[in-house]
Each structure stands twice: as structure tokens, then as C-alpha cells.
Design a protein around this ligand. Sequence first.
Ligand code: GDP
Ligand code: MG
Length: 411
Amino acid sequence: SHQNRQSAYKRERDDSGKNHCENKHSRPNHPQYQSGPTPGQNPLSSRGLSTRREQYEKDFPVYKQPVEVGCFSLDSERRFFNDNRQMRYYVEPDRSPNFDLRDGYKDRFIKRDDSVKEKLDHMLRWILANRSKLSSRGTAASSCALDVDFVTWRGHLTKLLTTPYETREGWLLAVTRFRGTLYISEVETEAARRDQENRTERHEEMMYWGYKFEQYTCADNVHSLPDPGGVVNTNEAFCTVVQTRLADHRLLFSGEVDCRDKDPNAPAPPACYVELKTSAEISTPKQRSNFHRFKLLKWWAQSFLPGVPRVVAGFRDHEGVVVTVDTFPISKISHLIKNEQNCWKPTVCMNFCCEFLSFVKHIATEDNPSVVYLLSWEPHRDVTFSIHRDSQYSFLPHWYVEEMTRSQDSH
Ligand code: GDP
Ligand code: MG
């Protein structure tokens, strides 16, 4: 059925390029770029890229099963390690665990300094440490040093997937083409900065609750148990690096992973990974509908991208006590939302992302590490862009550009 197709990844052997869907509305292989405005027809116009849902209700695009090509860890001081030392192991809680998420706030809480803008730096460090896995060796004809079209964070792609349904927060994405690869790095919007500065004390504490839930459900080792008496330090992170393809876009991205199944017989990453979430408990039909329409969209998009198969959710009351825990298999989320009126559709999310990446390839033509194509979007508008040379927006660090250029001949 259509629903099944939407939630499934395309397997390698299906990637013959032929359309396996017998849908009569066949999709052209490439978007038609036009210079003039094209109201209601084409997603691209002189003004930019449309984000209207109707434009993206097409067959689900090819999205290859994501493959983990590596991982890295950030320690309690945010130092990078090219290994899995920060991996944690999921310990299934009771279905009604009564976890007190307020415990330890603020005496056992070390918060990452988010005024430090890390941009793509950790990913770039991982790329330099793992170049041999990514470069096409010995093919002098290859102008693409990395054999991927895009390098970015999973979180940036999540924002793209949810854009056709987002009515509140816009975004700014900086793009640089360097040695054939397009790097995408987020720029904080003025509105986001204002929201961050105006956060209430209640909101600040609620952000802690999510991390506290992780502490209740994660152990540091296969044989150990969670330590709810420890310190919550949000500098620590374990990140997976995955490679996949969306239509003709080869993607390399990284995302933070909360924990993995501790069973040694569990499937290989990313299939053994578990995403942890907290959410307000649901007691009315309206709350259930909102949960399906807004929260499950974000959860689905974030985990579908890297191939994380399940979300474990802790539903908490207003006092921050987890009253129930439920598992949401990502492949079943599209069935769960079927009964909602006017609900989001995975195919719209993926088709928009795909067209956005085509748009970026089309506009970001100058291969130059100090040139930034700044793509901006506000709700109810098209995506537009501006070009910046040697500006505040440049984000590829010198150490990366130099190392990539220097080792060109040795690869
Ligand atoms: P997510 O999907 O939004 O959680 O983001 P990713 O998994 O793509 O995370 C990418 C990197 O950004 C990791 O190093 C995270 O530790 C970091 N990160 C995650 N959330 C935030 C955030 O809210 N603000 C900032 N500045 N960094 C974050
Ligand atoms: Mg989480």
C-alpha cells in the first residue's frame, strides 16, 4: 500500500532508477528550472522555492537505507574523539516508572554553552580523520574530493523535512561549495536568538527534563545500570555519521544518538539505536490530535533520516513526573496519523527536502570556501537566497580547507 511504501527505505537492489510505483502522476527526473514566476505549478520560480504542501504530494522519492560509516564522541568538556566512548545503553524502564525529572535541577546539571557556535566543526574533524572511507582514490577525473554531494547535521535536514508544515519558526541555512561538495550549516535567526534570551525559568527547567529522562534510562556500559544520582552534563554526546542517498543527492550527515539496544545480538547500527523523548501526558482527544499532528512529525523526521527505528517516549505530568513510557516504532508512525484530518505526510517532507537540495545544487555554483549562499525561509513564504563573499557567514575553518587542499595529491 501507499502507506507501507512511505515508511520503507529503498533497498540497494531496487535502485535501478526505474519507478516502481504505478502512480499515473509520474514525476519528472529533474525539476524544471524557470526564470519567470510560475504560480501554482512549479516549486521553483524567480522568487525562490515554494514550500507549499500541495506541490510535494508526489510519489515517495528514493531514500536509500542509511549506512553508518563512523561515529564520534564529545566528552564532558566538548572535546572530540573519533570513537564511541560516549555510547550509552538502553535499560527498559517500568511502564509506569514515576521518574522525577526535576531531581538534580540545578545542583547536578552542567549545561553546554550554546553561545559557542560549533557550526560543522565536529563533523569536519570526523571527515579529516576518516577521509580514506570517503574519497575516491586514484580517479584523477573525479573533481569531487569526498564522493558526496552534501555534508550537514541531521538536525538541519530535520528542519527541511518539516518546513512544509512549519508555521512558526523560519530558518537560515548557509551553503558553501568546496571541491564539489556542498556544506550546509545553520545560522541562528534573530527570532531564535530573541526566543532563547526570553526563555522563562519554567522553560529552562523543562529543557533539563529531557536530559534527565535519558539519565534514568541509559547506562554507561552493557552490564551497568542507569545512575539517576549522577550529574547531567549536556556537553557529552555520541554522534553517528551516516551515508545515504535521496534521489540523486548523495548525503553524508551526523546526528546525536541517545543510546543503543544493549543486546549483543541486536542489529548493527543504526538499527540498534534508540531515540528518547519526553512529552506531556495525553488525556484529551485534542491533546492526542496535537501530539499526532505536531510532535510525531518532528519525531518521525529526526529518526527516519538516520534510520533509527524506534523512539521511546516518557509521558510526564505538569510536575515533571514520568507517568507512562511507550515505544513508537518509526515505521508505524505513518499508520498512527492516518486518522487525523489534514495531517502531515512523509512524502511531502521528503519531496520538499529533495527539491531544496536540487535548488541548492542549481544556485550554489561557485566552488569557493569563502563564498556563502545564504538560504532563508519564513513561514508562508518561498525560500530565497543571497550571496556573501568573505563575510561573517563563512563557516569552513582554515584548518579544514588547508588540510583538504594539501592532501589532494596524496589521495
Ligand atoms: P538534533 O537532531 O536537532 O538533535 O541535532 P543533531 O543530532 O543533528 O546534532 C548535531 C550537533 O548539534 C550535536 O553535536 C549536538 O550535540 C548539537 N546540538 C543538538 N541540539 C542542539 C541545540 O539545540 N543547540 C546547539 N547549539 N547544538 C545542538
Ligand atoms: Mg532525544
